[in-house]
Design a protein around this ligand. Structure first.
Ligand code: GRF
Length: 219
């Protein structure tokens, strides 16, 4: 048994990805330990989830800081203090400063509700729907200095239907987020991730059925 990976989850909102991570750790599926849940919004639902599981919660309200840098310094100090080795952004609505990213180089994960590099930025599901793609999805990636840009660890694809609504598509993507984020953390915790430029190599990767996802289905 390897020692559990000490991690922090940074949140701002409803925290359903945080919940998926907590559940996966509690079920023994991910060898990790949540050393801190950091939230920049004092009334976020994510805080209730963390407290319900008796996790160490830190509310760091960005409005109390004069600059992004000073806010980030506080968060980084807190993470260092807790011995955090992996930072998981889970609906965290602040951009990280270069100093933060340097401090945890290749040890910050983010989840984005689109198949990057398509539809980075805000309202990714809306962007996908408006563009008219037939296949959408989500991405877990390492964080670098550009938004929604770093090396990709896992992606999951879902169909977009002709009569889809934003709500239905968002939910379909979110269900996959909850599967792949804990899985990506598990790969990291097991030391199975190697970086080769932009490409992430997964050690002992399971072979996939070599079959395309086609939507609409071929007649
Ligand atoms: C998710 O859609 C995630 O991909 C995006 O923000 C949303 C967070 O949702 N980065 P939740 O707070 O985990 O429910």
């Amino acid at each position: 048994m390897t020692n559990p990976l000490p991690l922090a989850v940074l949140v701002s909102g409803s925290g359903t990805n945080l919940q998926a991570i907590i559940d996966a750790i509690e079920n023994g599926r991910v060898p990790a330990e949540v050393r801190a849940v950091v939230c920049n919004r004092p009334h976020a639902l994510a805080l209730q989830r963390a407290r319900r599981h008796n996790l160490p919660v830190e509310v760091v309200d960005h409005k109390a800081f004069a600059s992004r840098e000073s806010f980030d310094e506080r968060v980084v100090a807190l993470l260092r203090d807790r011995g955090v080795e992996l930072v998981c952004l889970a609906g965290f609505d602040r951009l990280l400063s270069p100093a933060f990213i340097r401090g945890f180089r290749d040890r910050i994960l983010n989840i984005h509700p689109a198949l990057l590099p398509a539809f980075p930025g805000l309202h990714a599901q809306r962007q996908a729907l408006d563009y008219g793609v037939r296949i959408a999805g989500c991405t877990v990636h390492l964080v670098d200095e550009q938004t929604d840009h770093g090396p990709i660890v896992i992606q999951a694809a879902v169909p977009v239907y002709s009569d889809d609504t934003l709500e239905a598509l968002t939910e379909r993507i979110l269900a996959e987020e909850h599967r792949i984020y804990p899985e990506a953390i598990c790969l990291f915790a097991e030391g199975r991730i190697r970086l080769d430029g932009r490409r992430v190599r997964i050690l002992n990767e399971e072979p996939l059925a070599d079959r395309a996802l086609v939507n609409p289905a071929l007649g």
